[in-house]
Ligand binder design. Structure first.
Ligand code: GRG
Length: 317
């Protein structure tokens, strides 16, 4: 599974332990939330859709997004249970995006997190519905008082996640990505670095950035610290995508738990493509330094987030 394959050389024991703790706590929470008991307002949970939603959200993944929310929220003294609820909601959106991205109409992949993709394990209609179910459920989770007793905070979380995931974020970025493959005609293809940066900031960066913003929202952070958390999230989002693009070129399918070499096969423009492997590595190193600088307002409390930036840059899966 990708979770165990994700260790890097520079990762110290306490970082590994905290990432694992976030992963385990997220797993248990999602397992409970996606159980058989019905919250008020639900009529029934049909067995097949519940099974598909559990298959696609439990038992795999690094759980980097919940980890980022938990650790950013910790900077503001947020109780861990609340941060976990918000992190789990973001992870549900992430899992939905993977399910839909793997569909025949999108990337048409057979392998995800070391297992058959949802449409292979079930069927295409079930996979589409499982993605829809995960996305919708994320907002159910955010809307619960367990996430935060103050409704204004919950509304800020719902709005923030909707914008990060939607037309001006991940969904819009996915649209640009499909266009960049030339699917809708040559004129839509991404041309240069700025096009690629915008596409990636939307497709993968927006959700990663929101993980950190969510911690600040939960903690009613003062403006300057909210902005610092947001900037950190933006920078690690860029680093994550460059690392992902390098893994696509240099990684192997067995370690990644998903197909490697897809970007070139699909004619995708990436920063590795534009800068070369050495240039992309240099950019990644600079981004890790930038991420560390953004954390200056938090002093020693942010050591774990510095480790996270290095982990993101150096991960192998
Ligand atoms: C279908 C609306 C829609 C959007 C899809 C994010 C995305 C857009 C697709 C995911 C496909 C993909 C492989 C993108 C590259 C970056 C990425 C999100 C990798 C997977 O994230 P990890 O490494 O995965 O955090 P785990 O399995 O550890 O959670």
């Amino acid at each position: 599974m990708s979770r165990t394959a994700a260790k890097t050389d520079t990762q110290d024991a306490s970082f590994a332990a905290r990432l694992n703790a976030a992963a385990n706590d997220t797993e248990h929470l999602l397992d409970r939330l996606l159980g058989k008991s019905l919250p008020e307002g639900e009529i029934a949970r049909p067995q097949r859709i519940l099974e598909a939603m559990r298959y696609t959200s439990l038992g795999g993944g690094k759980r980097l997004r919940p980890f980022l929310t938990i650790e950013t929220a910790a900077l503001f003294g947020v109780p861990r249970e609340r941060a976990l609820m918000a992190g789990a909601a973001i992870e549900l959106v992430h899992c939905y995006s993977l399910v839909h991205d793997d569909l025949p109409a999108m990337d048409n992949d057979d392998l995800r997190r070391g297992r058959p993709t949802a449409h292979k394990q079930f069927d295409e209609a079930t996979a589409i519905l499982a993605g829809d179910g995960l996305l919708t459920f994320a907002f159910d989770v955010l809307g619960r008082p367990e996430t935060h007793p103050d409704a204004a905070v919950r509304i800020a979380l719902v709005t923030g996640l909707a914008r990060a995931a939607g037309i001006g974020g991940m969904v819009g970025g996915q649209m640009l990505d499909l266009a960049a493959e030339g699917r809708f005609g040559k004129n839509d293809k991404a041309q240069g670095e700025q096009d690629v940066l915008t596409l990636q900031a939307m497709k993968t960066g927006a959700i990663l950035k929101f993980c950190c913003v969510a911690g600040a929202i939960l903690g009613n952070a003062p403006k300057a610290k909210h902005e610092a958390a947001s900037r950190y999230g933006q920078v690690i989002g860029q680093a994550f995508q460059i690392a992902d693009d390098l893994l696509d070129v240099e990684g192997d399918t067995a370690t990644l738990g998903k197909a490697a070499g897809k970007d070139a096969a699909h004619g995708k423009a990436t920063l590795v493509d534009l800068l070369g492997v050495a240039g992309a590595r240099a950019r990644l190193t600079q981004l890790v330094k930038d991420a560390e600088s953004t954390l200056a307002p938090f002093g020693a409390d942010a050591a774990i987030l510095k480790d996270a930036a290095r982990f993101i840059a150096e991960r192998r899966a």
